[in-house]
Design a binder for this molecule. Sequence first.
Ligand SMILES: [Zn+2]
Length: 196
Amino acid sequence: MTVHLSASLFRDAASPWPELLFWGGWLYQRMTPQYNSKGIRPYTTEELKKHLWDKSHTEDKGYVTLCYIWDGLLDHKGYGKLTHNYRDRRVQQLGWELYRGPVPKGVCVLHHCDQPRCWRPDHLFLGSKADNNHDRDIKGRTCRGSDHHLSKLTKDKVLAIRRRSLTEPRRKLAEEFGVTVQTIRFVIIRHVWKHV
Ligand SMILES: [Zn+2]
């Protein structure tokens, strides 16, 4: 029996069309803007709104009206996060863009209600990064000192460390207070506990 090696190994080698179709399909997927590399289409405006509503619940957080609290993923600062069109977007930005208008470049979307997971459009306002920091400071949202859930030190201990560090070695203090030498150093140079 004669085996036609070339014919069996390179199927349809005589015809360029399957190859072209394959690369054509790949190119189409890559070049057509409404699809990303995984063949997934970004949300339309209506789908985005539906997605926001589906993944949120309303809750009374002490502001005038109910907050729309996002139940999905959060970013490292605790803001609601949604991946859309290759980018991680904060839900309050999407809330503003979908219901109120575009956010200018370099401008932050801030909360009246002080809830980082809220995206209710009338709880939001536009401001600069400085406004945000000011807002945070006057509302006392900054976590500091023994507010931190992992803090081993208290105000009295910090004062004692600073006083005794003038005469005693840091290693001894670290052992006594159950923290690392690095922490003792940070306390002394006021990298942490700077408000004490
Ligand atoms: Zn709110």
